[in-house]
Design a protein around this ligand. Structure first.
Ligand code: C2E
Ligand code: MG
Ligand code: MG
Length: 492
């Protein structure tokens, strides 16, 4: 089914454009009518398939061969797309043309597919997805493979009302096509894509429009993928700000501007049983920056790998130091590990070397991962977790309850600990439903023989309620904020 008809069925609001659509349809074929209706076409003069005419003219006057297309998908490549677009825009109908929807679509987790099922299946998926996208427009728009996992799509020229809801509708319909099951390697795979969208107005330079869709696509990916984002001018300012932060972060890695702070974890009797190491960055030029701002950027840029490596090394050095005193020798130290770091091929070996170099008991190191690590590639994650368990390291599931919380993985992964997220702890006193959730998580941890830590415990009332419900380990401002190692009070 073509995108345009899919859109029509879902777009009850298209009634206003229907008359125009029907007129266009009788003149240009059914596909036009549908897309025009959905995009809320304004009544106006006839619009022809400008690009094909322009291309024919360009071909007649310029015998230059087109640059080669993409060999995997058979679609035009970046250079071909730009050349076709340029000749279309230079064509006779270009001046009168209405804004056209431009979308950049990125296949989600192509790398994971390549890594788990091999590049042949990855290429099959690229071909399949490219085919679904190329068939989406009727009459055809311009669809090309832009880079590794990215496609660029220019909707056919037609009179449209250039508002964002039209772009979102179009983007959603494209993502819907990509979500259809993909059959390969004897199985059915459910894959997704993310999309950025903007309008290509007649006078707008293509480089600018490409930058806009690119920024919108990055935003869609950061929003969790499998969604559409439309370009907004504020994204440019945000992009510049991120650029500044990233430059400072790169320097910070070189000049080692990060410090670890430590927050105590206590048992029912208030005894400190361990601590969590939390990164702090006080940039000489930008001042102190929250982990919630710089960790995602470090994650996206890959800088989390060297940063995380140093964190694990330092944590092991602290454990070695604690080991020298019987009063601290049994304290555990928890370290956060983000998805990119966890998936990095050298990760398990790095942990092994850090433990070996510091000469510490592996069981005292706890690696905290979040559910976002787990959903990325279950078989790979399972194998890696098992390799870490085989080293003797313990694994903890951080922020439990706020992510996907598919309970089935709890059974299959070699976890030792759950950390119930602070939002539940914060609200459980006033909201009985949150209290019920906490009770359920505590029972679940008990049934699965997992240790449970409550995060964000700020009041004695919260501690009491958690204790009554059966939770025996706590972390939060009630017991101590994250502080430098020398200020951490671990001996009662
Ligand atoms: P997280 O691992 O869930 O860490 C707990 C966060 O809650 C910390 O925020 C901690 O300061 C804060 N917190 C602890 N007790 C309380 C409380 O009673 N009330 C409130 N309101 N907050 C409390 P922080 O240090 O800003 O870290 C935020 C997140 O950044 C961490 O969440 C973790 O996901 C990430 N992060 C921190 N250090 C590292 C690191 O070394 N590597 C990686 N990959 N991520 C890190
Ligand atoms: Mg944590
Ligand atoms: Mg947490």
């Amino acid at each position: 089914m073509h995108l345009s008809s899919t859109l029509l069925r879902s777009a009850a609001a298209a009634a206003a454009g229907a008359a125009v659509g029907a007129w266009l349809g009788s003149r240009l074929g059914p596909g036009w009518s549908v897309l025009a209706a959905v995009l809320g076409a304004a009544a106006g003069g006839a619009v022809g398939p400008a690009w094909s005419l322009a291309r024919q003219r360009a071909r007649a006057s310029a015998p230059m061969p087109e640059p080669p297309g993409d060999t995997v998908t058979g679609l035009p490549g970046r250079a071909q797309f730009l050349a076709r677009l340029a000749s279309e825009r230079a064509g006779p109908l270009a001046g009168a043309a209405a804004p056209r929807a431009l979308l950049m679509l990125g296949l989600d987790r192509l790398r994971v597919l390549n890594d788990s099922l091999g590049h042949e299946v990855g290429d099959q998926w690229l071909r399949e997805a490219g085919g679904r996208l190329a068939d989406a427009f009727d009459p055809p728009g311009l669809v090309a493979r832009l880079s590794n996992d990215e496609f660029i799509l220019l909707a056919p020229a037609q009179p449209v009302r250039a508002d964002d809801s039209a772009l979102i509708g179009l983007g959603e319909a494209l993502l819907h096509r990509v979500r259809r099951p993909f059959l390969a390697d004897g199985g059915e795979h459910h894959l997704s894509a993310s999309a950025g969208a903007t309008w290509l107005e007649p006078g707008k330079p293509i480089e600018q429009a490409l930058r806009e869709v690119d920024l919108a696509l990055r935003r869609a990916k950061r929003a969790g993928r499998d969604c559409v984002r439309v370009f907004e001018p504020a994204m440019l300012a945000e992009h510049d700000e991120r650029g500044r932060l990233l430059a400072a972060l790169r320097r910070a890695v070189r000049t080692q501007e990060f410090r670890l702070h430590y927050q105590p974890q206590v048992d029912r009797l208030g005894r400190v049983v361990g601590a969590e190491a939390l990164l702090r960055w006080n940039s000489p030029e930008l001042g102190p920056i929250e982990p919630s701002r710089f960790i995602p950027l470090a994650e996206e840029s890959g800088l989390i790998v060297p940063i995380g490596r140093a964190v694990i090394r330092d944590a092991c050095a602290v454990l070695a130091w604690w080991a020298q005193d019987p009063a601290t020798a049994l304290l555990t130290l928890s370290v956060n590990v983000s998805p990119h770091q966890f998936q990095h091929p050298g990760f398990v070996e790095e942990v092994r070397l850090a433990l070996l170099t510091a000469g510490v008991a592996p069981g005292l190191l706890k690696l905290e991962v979040t559910e976002s690590v787990i959903i990325s590639d279950m078989p790979g994650v399972q194998a890696r977790m098992q390799a870490l368990r085989d080293l003797g390291v313990r694994l903890s599931l951080d922020d439990f309850g706020v992510g996907y919380s598919s309970l089935s993985y709890l059974k299959h992964l070699p976890l030792s600990q759950l950390k119930i997220d602070q939002v539940f702890v914060r609200n459980m006193i006033t909201d009985p439903r949150e209290a019920a959730l906490v009770r359920t998580v505590i029972a679940l941890a008990r049934d699965l023989s997992l240790e449970l830590v409550a995060e964000g415990v700020e009041t004695a009332e919260q501690r009491e309620m958690l204790s009554d419900l059966g939770c025996g380990l706590y972390q939060g401002y009630l017991f101590g904020r994250p502080v430098p190692l020398e200020s951490l009070c671990v001996v009662q």
